[in-house]
Design a protein around this ligand. Structure first.
Ligand SMILES: CC(C)=CCC/C(C)=C/CC/C(C)=C/CC/C(C)=C/CC/C(C)=C/CC/C(C)=C/CC/C(C)=C/COP(=O)(O)OP(=O)(O)O
Ligand SMILES: O=P(O)(O)OC[C@@H](O)CO
Ligand SMILES: [Mg+2]
Length: 238
């Protein structure tokens, strides 16, 4: 599964709990983005997830489910991304929900389609931070330490810098970039147009664009080419 995500430079994240018209969905899926991730931190149900998957399947691009609620474990995705929030003291978001999921779904779990994401949640004023009780008051050294736990101690395929709803501190992103060697570095949060997309694309492997799809789809679409046109900096040239 690592091979599937390796080429992903740009992805759109669609929230099953939000409305998106057919025209907008078509534009997003035909934009040239590398993949769609379906996910949200609240209000994700089996029904709204099935319905969004069926609509996305009209288009020919990979579609992953980022599992945030057991009730929404819908079969038929190309990939299942499993978040573990590293910077919370509430272990249910690191292991607890995961244990329950495995007890509940057992042999139904398509293990070969699962990828674990080491989440570092950095916007204290986001649903995901409130939900998981994440400690978002991290400086660059602390964020970098969590990133190395994911990359070097846990060997996770993905480190996800999650600024959901706000544009991140690029000094922190840069520090994390310098330290992550094996994991694929995802960044998501507050990208509202091409300039921000380019800045992030220079530092991270994969750029995730979410909320702006729902408020200004034209700006969201411009991020695709912006990421394509941006060369990623080598760690040595940061
Ligand atoms: C049978 C079948 C098809 C199985 C496939 C999947 C499955 C159930 C596998 C079982 C194995 C397993 C280990 C599952 C994990 C179960 C689980 C619920 C884990 C908890 C994951 C977690 C830490 C969730 C917390 C929230 C989170 C990190 C969500 C990620 C998405 C995210 C941050 C969205 C942003 O939220 P948004 O709502 O957009 O925020 P804003 O409102 O601020 O925009
Ligand atoms: O919605 P935005 O702020 O673009 O963030 C994208 C994604 O990281 C959310 O999980
Ligand atoms: Mg969102």
């Amino acid at each position: 599964m690592r091979q599937m995500i390796e080429p992903w430079r740009h992805v759109f994240k669609l929230d099953p709990d939000r409305e998106l018209g057919d025209r907008e969905l078509a534009a997003v899926c035909q934009s040239g983005t590398d993949a769609i991730i379906v996910g949200g931190s609240t209000g994700v149900t089996y029904e709204n997830t099935v319905s969004l998957l069926a609509r996305i399947r009209q288009y020919d691009l990979p579609c992953a489910l980022e599992v945030s609620d057991l009730e929404a474990a819908v079969p038929g995705f190309d990939l299942y991304m499993i978040p573990m929030v590293l910077n919370t003291a509430d272990t249910s978001w690191i292991l607890g929900h995961h244990r329950r999921a495995i007890e509940r779904f057992g042999s139904l779990i398509p293990w070969e389609l699962l990828l674990t994401e080491g989440y570092i949640v950095l916007n204290g004023d986001s649903s995901v931070a409130r939900l998981t009780g994440a400690d978002c008051s991290l400086d660059a050294a602390a964020a970098g330490a969590y990133a190395q736990i994911a990359d070097k101690l846990m060997n996770l395929p993905v480190v996800y810098l999650e600024y959901s709803g706000t544009y991140g501190d690029m000094e922190i992103v840069r520090e994390v970039r310098e330290l992550v060697e094996q994991s694929q570095l995802f960044y998501g949060g507050g990208i509202t147009g091409p300039e921000e997309a380019m800045q992030v694309a220079a530092l991270c492997d994969t750029v995730v664009v979410g909320n702006i799809i729902y408020s200004n789809v034209e700006q969201a679409l411009l991020t695709v080419q912006a990421v394509r046109d941006t060369r990623q900096l080598d760690r040595e040239n940061l």
